[in-house]
Design a protein around this ligand. Structure first.
Ligand code: XMP
Length: 512
């Protein structure tokens, strides 16, 4: 299949470029900037590399540790498009001039297009684009010419006179660039001559092959949370290695109402070696007296590893499968230049502490909605495909402060009410998450003419595309009122319900 390779130089949007290419129905792989040639040349023969995109990155081409352009990439003789840092890297490598002019362009910028051939076909003379750069390409060697300028940038885009090598200073992959997708499509279809033939089935086939290849004749184990990512990875793995897969569901006692039973019901029929571990007591014991959110997450992650290790030892699995997706990796700070926000336990907990020959993550480069698409094609039931994302540490991070059985019961009941009312109102599919949080604040109330002093429940309902950013949802007041009334009526310990109206950033989606 035709493929566009994205060379990742550490830019925020390298994976977004690959995603945009996949949206054009062309397959895309992301390779590391310091090992790109080797990774490209060792791709399986069925992958036909038709073009390369050099991503942005946080470095200046003059920094001591800045990535260099591997000349072997040019010798591959396929079209190349450099974006932002990639644009500067190409200009620098060919002998152009890159300078720091003492100011940059950040955010919306207008570019003046001077050449409407190939990659800019269909654009207007002035285009609104999104930029984020401090260095600027100020002149080009004689074998290149300018395709676009801005008020600051004399070379905002360029092309080689004979070879299909291009650079653009702005980011066509972000939605803030009006005709960004048109530029990428021009590159992918007109310049690289890719055929729009890639479909999710191809991904499924490729992932199954990858799992077969990596696990070889060994046994693999996967931690199944019942969420869409690990469920999809498990079903892919079951297709690849059949009964050499052990899917383990650890019931830590922080699941939502009815969930452990649903998971057992579905997976015990779907996966031959499905193992259900009831570990409720040991998790609760370990959290006694713990109030710090990161410490809670760490303890839950560690305890999870212990339970999981015990099972792994018993079944003799040498490989670990994980349903990690791309946003999990970036928020857990897996890349050199991204900051760690929270310890997501499916990423940070397991691999570093366990003795496995290899960790296999078939969904590592995908976004949530792409995984959903695959899950549908694999025939997973709607309850899993459209299940809201749910954190690994579960309700334990939705009880603020110490976790106790009583508090878990309250938050679980409140969560059920939020779910029921949102689903009944037909809003579920448009929302990213809707849940409740049990705060540590107690307040005075009045029930049946008597003074009460009880818990405050916070309702959190957000819209998001990928959890990297989120907005609180503007839910109609009558639905919020129904939720509030039901929570205070049905849960005697609760006297007050508040609605969280904070976006992410500055808040995160979960409270802990
Ligand atoms: P935050 O709270 O960081 O959450 O804005 C972003 C998304 O990630 C989910 N989340 C987790 N998922 N393990 C997971 O698999 C975790 O430890 C974890 N913590 C948060 C959260 O529900 C939201 O969708």
């Amino acid at each position: 299949m035709d493929c566009i390779v994205v060379v990742d130089y550490g830019g925020q949007y390298a994976h977004l470029i690959a995603r945009r290419v996949r949206e054009c129905r062309v397959y895309s792989e992301v390779v590391h900037g310091d090992n790109a040639y080797e990774e490209i040349t060792s791709l399986p023969p069925e992958i036909n590399v038709k073009g390369i995109v050099l991503s942005g990155g946080p470095m200046s081409v003059f920094s001591k540790d800045a990535p260099k352009l591997d000349s072997k990439l040019i010798e591959l003789d396929v079209p190349i498009l450099g974006i932002c840092f990639g644009h500067q890297l190409l200009a620098h490598a060919f002998g152009g001039k890159v300078e720091n002019l003492g100011k940059g362009e950040y955010g919306t910028t207008y570019v003046y297009i001077e050449d409407f051939d190939d990659i800019f076909e269909g654009l207007e003379r002035v285009e609104k684009v999104w930029m984020s750069h401090s260095d600027t390409v100020t002149s080009l060697p004689s074998e290149f010419y300018v395709l676009a300028r801005t008020d600051l940038c004399p070379v905002a885009a360029f092309k080689h006179k004979e070879k299909p090598i291009y650079g653009v200073q702005w980011h066509p992959e972000v939605v803030h660039t009006d005709k960004g997708i048109m530029i990428l499509k021009n590159f992918v279809f007109k310049v690289c001559k890719c055929k729009p033939e890639w479909v999710m089935e191809d991904f499924i086939e490729k992932a199954v092959e990858e799992i077969k290849r990596e696990v070889n004749n060994g046994k693999a184990i996967i931690a199944l949370s019942g969420g869409i990512d690990s469920s999809t990875a498990a079903v892919l793995a079951a297709r690849a290695i059949g009964d050499r897969l052990y899917a383990v569901f650890v019931d830590h006692g922080f699941m939502r109402e009815g969930e452990p039973e649903q998971i057992r019901e579905y997976f015990s029929k779907t996966i031959k070696n499905f193992i259900f571990v009831d570990a409720k007591k040991r998790f609760l014991d370990r959290l006694k007296g713990i109030t710090d959110p990161e410490q809670k997450r760490k303890i839950i992650g560690e305890e999870f590893v212990r339970v999981f290790e015990e099972v792994a030892r018993k079944v003799g699995a040498e490989y670990l499968l994980q349903g990690t997706i791309y946003p999990d990796r970036i928020e857990s700070g897996f890349r050199k230049f991204s900051d760690k926000i929270k310890t997501h336990h499916n990423v940070a907990g397991l691999p570093s502490k366990m003795e496995f020959k290899k960790v296999v993550e078939p969904l590592r480069d995908l976004y949530k909605d792409e995984v959903r698409e695959i899950a549908k094609r694999l025939g997973l039931p709607n309850e899993i495909v459209y299940r809201q994302p749910f954190p690994g540490p579960g309700l334990a991070v939705r009880v603020i402060g110490e976790v106790t059985e009583e508090k878990l019961r309250i938050v679980r009941q409140a969560d059920k009410i939020v779910r029921e009312e949102i689903e009944k109102a037909g809003l579920a599919r448009d929302l990213w998450q809707y849940f409740s949080v049990l705060t540590e604040t107690k307040s005075t109330g009045i029930k049946g003419d008597a003074r009460t002093y009880g818990y405050t429940v916070a309702v959190r309902i957000v819209e998001s595309k990928d959890a990297m950013t989120a907005n609180f949802a503007k839910i109609p007041y009558d639905i919020l009122e129904r939720i509030s009334t039901r929570i205070t009526n049905e849960i005697p310990e609760v006297t007050r319900v508040v609605y969280d109206i904070t976006n992410k950033p500055p808040a995160t989606i979960e409270w802990e």
